[in-house]
Write a protein that binds this ligand. Structure first.
Ligand code: HEC
Length: 168
């Protein structure tokens, strides 16, 4: 060991950063994405149980009934999501109350939104958001949903389901 310990210094700086951000009532950039889910009881559990594989953006603009959300949660448990019965109850309650069919969906402009906002707005993985940005940078603005579907990797069904909240 030669005097300085960079690893340790970085760690304590990020802890300090966290504490400071907490005081300000804001979150570090990495966690900001999570805070897009509506603030309500059950959000922390939902972020914990549903955010580990794909982040919560993927379902931010999804609107389902209680049955719909129960089905999705079961599907995710099949895919390996971990939690106990109480936690799953909390998650289904949270999702069905705060991402219900009557919750407004945020609009997304596919010609101006950045990769993260595209991912959140369209309910797609970040990599697909990045593919949209790359495509429009190379080929110019999108004018229609059909243009958008030319982006490699986008699933037509996912985009079609959200087309009423897409702006050009
Ligand atoms: C163990 C990993 C894992 C966890 C935890 C997890 N998921 Fe998923 N989820 C996946 C995978 C894998 C996919 C498929 C991703 C894809 O199609 O690119 C997916 C896809 C989805 C989709 C998109 C489905 C579609 O095709 O339209 C939604 C919505 C979703 N997850 C919601 C949730 C919710 C809500 C939770 C918490 C209850 C959750 N996920 C937890 C692995 C997980």
């Amino acid at each position: 060991m030669t005097g300085s310990q960079p690893g340790h210094r970085i760690l304590s700086r990020s802890i300090a950063c966290f504490a400071f951000a907490g005081l300000l009532g804001t979150l570090p950039v990495e966690a900001q994405q999570k805070s897009k889910l509506p603030e309500a009881p059950g959000r922390a559990t939902t972020e914990k149980l549903c955010g580990s594989c794909h982040g919560t953006n993927i379902f931010l603009n999804r609107r389902e009934s209680r049955e719909g959300w129960s089905g999705i949660v079961e599907d995710m448990i099949q895919r390996g999501a971990k939690g106990d019965d109480d936690q799953w109850g909390e998650v289904v309650d949270y999702l069905s109350q705060h991402l219900s069919k009557s919750t407004p969906v945020a609009r997304v402009n596919v010609n101006t939104a950045d990769e993260k906002d595209l991912a959140a707005g369209l309910g797609i993985p970040d990599a697909q958001g990045a593919a949209i940005v790359k495509y429009r940078t190379e080929k110019g603005k999108f004018k229609t949903v059909e243009d958008l579907l030319k982006v490699p990797g986008l699933k037509a069904a996912t985009i079609e389901a959200r087309k009423s909240s897409i702006d050009f």
